[in-house]
Design a protein around this ligand. Structure first.
Ligand code: NAP
Ligand code: G4F
Length: 331
């Protein structure tokens, strides 16, 4: 019999890749989305008829309990969150409710209505914050630097606590930054590749960015959802760091992305203090040895390939609006 999975936040970047992976593996997939006056299903449009879309909000305990009770999932992947770090300074309470307490609400729903379900929590390398050790691994102490990261630390420890208190199969994946052509436009990688495509097509001349010195361990989202699934197939529940073991500055990403279409980034990038953060995470670098040894996870997409794929995708997406040929003809 096929397994049933429940994904919260299926309309997000990771939710859409995970739904594809689980469908390929023969799962019956349920994915939650929030009610909106205009539907926001762009990332799952292509699989909309293959998954069961259900409305739910992490703020509503009764809704989560009813959902878990009726679906009786084998696996629950909690990907829903307010995931944009800068918003967590302007909306710290809402971020705490969604990203922190939301995890406890879902765990309570599982504990009462389907305690045998395996649970995956989307923890974050942001929890390492002002890092106390490099590279960061499962035993590295946390030092969160934003309300988002503080909320994720709560989500992480409540997951560990429910595993230890109630013997639940609950895992926390401490994932380093992962990107794709489906990444939200406000995150720096997609902001850059979309900006490069707009400049390439003559739709813009400049790209305004903040701190180019910060370093991130960037991987491809498709590789990372595979790690989420592998974690829940292991014999025992545990917590794992998922990263590439490489780190790059934002400046390196910028250089590669502009270079991919033959542009000189220094002619277009403008530093705008508006994008600097009240407290920055300067360096993230993951050590994924434990995941590799426990279940053989390794990233397949390189940093260069990731940048190139994202630029190519954005250049293609904007081709219909291009003013490029007009300029070339006029010249
Ligand atoms: P994303 O694209 O921002 O997706 C987040 C999803 O959560 C969206 O579907 C969003 O729905 C939903 N959501 C937000 N608030 C909700 C609420 N109150 N109730 C129900 N759903 C809600 O994020 P992502 O990049 O896919 O990341 C997935 C998860 O991994 C997040 O928890 C994120 O914090 C975590 N994470 C991400 C990374 C990364 O580099 N991508 C790294 C480590 C951890 P709407 O579309 O309606 O807003
Ligand atoms: O792309 P970012 O906004 O991602 P950030 O803050 O690292 O968070 C992402 O990864 C976390 C995992 O470590 C996730 F948990 C979280 O949900 C999210 O997916 O910013 C990356 C870096 C920062 O140092 C930022 O200061 O890029 C720098 N940056 C420079 N200019 C910018 C900009 N970031 C954004 N968003 N916009 C800029 O203009």
């Amino acid at each position: 019999m096929s397994k049933t999975a429940l994904i919260t936040g299926v309309t997000g970047q990771d939710g859409s890749y995970l739904a594809e992976l689980l469908l390929e593996k023969g799962y019956e997939v349920y994915g939650t989305h929030r009610r909106a006056s205009t539907p926001n299903l762009e990332r799952v449009e292509h699989i909309q008829n293959k998954i069961n879309l259900v409305q739910a909000d992490l703020l509503d305990q009764s809704c989560l309990s009813t959902l878990v009770k009726s679906i009786q999932p084998d696996e629950v992947y909690n990907l829903a969150a307010q995931s944009f770090v800068p918003t967590s300074w302007t909306q710290p309470l809402m971020t705490g409710e969604f990203t922190g307490l939301g995890v406890a609400r879902l765990l309570e729903a599982i504990r009462h209505h389907c305690p045998s379900a395996k649970f995956y929590q989307a923890s974050s390398s942001e929890m390492f914050g002002k890092v106390l050790e490099t590279p960061q691994k499962e035993t590295t102490p946390f030092y969160p630097r934003s309300p988002y990261a503080v909320a994720k630390v709560y989500g992480h420890y409540i997951t560990v606590n429910y595993r230890e208190s109630y013997d639940m199969f609950a895992c926390s994946g401490i994932l380093f930054n992962h990107e794709s052509p489906r990444r939200g436009l406000e995150f720096v990688t997609r902001k850059i590749t979309n900006g490069v495509a707009r400049i390439y097509h003559g739709l813009d001349t400049e790209l305004r960015l903040g701190n180019l010195d910060s370093k991130r361990d960037w991987g491809f989202a498709g590789d990372y959802v595979r790690a989420m699934w592998m974690m829940l197939q292991a014999d025992t529940p545990d917590d794992y760091v998922v990263g590439t073991g490489e780190t790059h500055t934002v400046r390196e990403f910028v250089e590669l992305a502009f270079g991919a279409v033959g542009l000189d980034w220094q002619k277009h990038v403008v530093i705008d203090p508006k994008f600097f953060r009240p407290a920055e995470v300067d360096l993230l670098l993951g050590d994924p040895t434990k995941a590799k040894e426990a279940f053989g996870w390794e990233p397949e997409c390189s940093f260069k390939q990731l940048v190139s794929d994202m630029v190519k995708s954005d250049v293609e997406k904007l081709a219909g609006q291009s003013k490029r040929h007009k300029h070339i003809k006029a010249a």
